[in-house]
Design a protein around this ligand. Structure first.
Ligand code: AMP
Ligand code: MG
Length: 409
């Protein structure tokens, strides 16, 4: 059996970078920057008011109770050449550019007006409530480096600096299929005896979308070598082919039968649980991932091999899920021969450390326990038991949102 790390580095070493294209930021979510982004403009582009109030000279408001002459009005979106002279003020709204001469804003709550006069009730320090030009992002600064995967916040920043078409890596096209004579589409009415719902394919579609790829659904493929061969051929026109099922030791493990003659696909036993059987290689120019059939094994092998590969080919700097060190909230007994992925959720905080407990049954068909989990507690090979209170690394695939686990802060 291959250890996890060896299997993963073997997979990743055969992954190359895809080409580069420009996309409108409107379609940028999840795309990976192919170049550093340098700010072509200052953000904000001009010094402006952080408050509704009066633009003044600091020297005029160094003491409480100064009375100034209001000489103009500046709503956001307007600008003026009129200079604020000594003893003068311009009424200004949040976001409006600071008029010449003024260096400070007295907020409206600290003022009272009568006719053309405004009284500033407090002393105001120079520069108060003024947002300087370039105070957020100065022109010429490297804002994001190549390899950054764009979140909604990155997209907002690209918009503020006027980068509407960033250079990003192309999205891989990924053809995917479920194999098995027992599979019934999830939307079918009723189940024939002996059949089950195809849960892998909709889950895979979702996992693929989350990894930023362009999915191509090849559907449910029966355990028929000719049909499978044809599906694999069609799939190989994509960048990547992902199948589930048929890579194990059974009599009807057709994926294995069809591909075994092909020297370019290896059938591996990876020392992980779940998801020990796993096939990897090339079909034509496409990378091939033959995931096992059981849904939790699909999830684990996708997370450990396919997702990192898909992110690597898109140029992402970081290809692994965020990890945290948690405290085991209960005893975890695992197979010391394998790296074991235990479905857990964060249950609370103990002395500042999150505690995790199993989210349900741990058999490889129990997908409900994966839906209830926040991540996988990763119990390394060589360990047979994690005692309650021991530290354990957790790969978080989502952040707890429906459970209270903060300590009240
Ligand atoms: P296999 O490796 O093809 O023998 O599949 C292993 C187990 O996973 C069997 O119990 C299958 O019925 C189940 N399985 C295979 N494909 C799917 C699927 N698409 N959705 C749900 N369960 C599946
Ligand atoms: Mg099967």
């Amino acid at each position: 059996m291959k250890p996890l790390e060896e299997a993963r580095s073997e997979v990743l070493s055969s992954v190359g970078l895809l080409g580069v294209e420009q996309v409108p930021i409107w379609q940028g979510r999840g795309r990976v920057l192919a170049t550093d982004v340098v700010a072509p403009e200052n953000v904000p582009p001009f010094a402006n008011s952080a408050m509704d109030g009066f633009a003044v000279r600091a020297a005029d408001v160094s003491a409480a109770g100064s009375v100034l002459e209001v000489i103009g009005d500046l709503p956001a979106g307007s600008s003026t050449d009129i200079e604020v002279g000594p003893g003068q003020a311009i009424k200004i709204m949040t976001g409006a550019p600071m008029p010449p001469g003024a260096d400070t804003v007295a907020k409206v709550e600290d003022t009272s007006t009568e006719g053309s006069k405004v009284t500033i009730s407090t002393a105001v320090q120079p520069g108060t409530s003024v947002r300087p030009a370039g105070g957020d992002v100065p022109k010429g600064q490297v804002v994001f480096t190549a390899g950054t995967r764009l979140t909604p916040m990155h997209i907002g920043v690209l918009a503020t600096i006027g980068v509407g078409q960033p250079q990003v890596y192309r999205r891989p096209r990924v053809a995917f299929m479920s194999t098995g004579d027992e599979l019934t589409p999830p939307e079918a009415v009723g189940l024939e005896p002996g059949t089950i719902r195809d849960s892998n394919r909709p889950m895979l579609l979702s996992l693929l979308e989350d990894a930023g790829v362009e999915p191509v659904d090849l559907g449910i493929i029966p355990d028929d070598p000719d049909v499978l061969r044809d599906a694999l051929r069609r799939g190989s026109e994509a960048d990547v082919v992902v199948s589930t099922g048929g890579v194990s030791m059974g009599d009807y493990d057709v994926t294995k039968m069809v591909l075994q003659g092909d020297a370019d696909v290896g059938f591996w036993q990876v020392a992980i649980q779940p998801a020990k059987p796993f096939a990897f290689g090339h079909i034509g120019d496409a990378l091939f991932f033959g995931l096992p059939g059981n849904p939790v094994s699909v999830l684990v092998s996708f997370e450990q091999f396919t997702r990192p590969a898909l992110l690597k080919m898109q140029g992402a700097r970081s290809t692994l899920r965020p990890q945290l060190v948690a405290s085991a909230g209960e005893t975890l007994e695992t197979d010391p021969e394998k790296t074991v992925f235990v479905r857990v959720f964060v249950d609370g905080l103990e002395e500042g450390l999150p505690t995790v407990v199993k989210s349900g049954g741990q058999a490889s068909n129990v997908l409900s326990a994966a839906a209830a989990a926040d991540g996988f507690a990763v119990v390394p090979r060589g360990t047979s038991v994690v005692e309650r209170g021991d530290p354990v690394t957790v790969e978080m695939f989502k952040w707890p949102e429906s459970r209270e686990w903060t300590d009240g802060r």
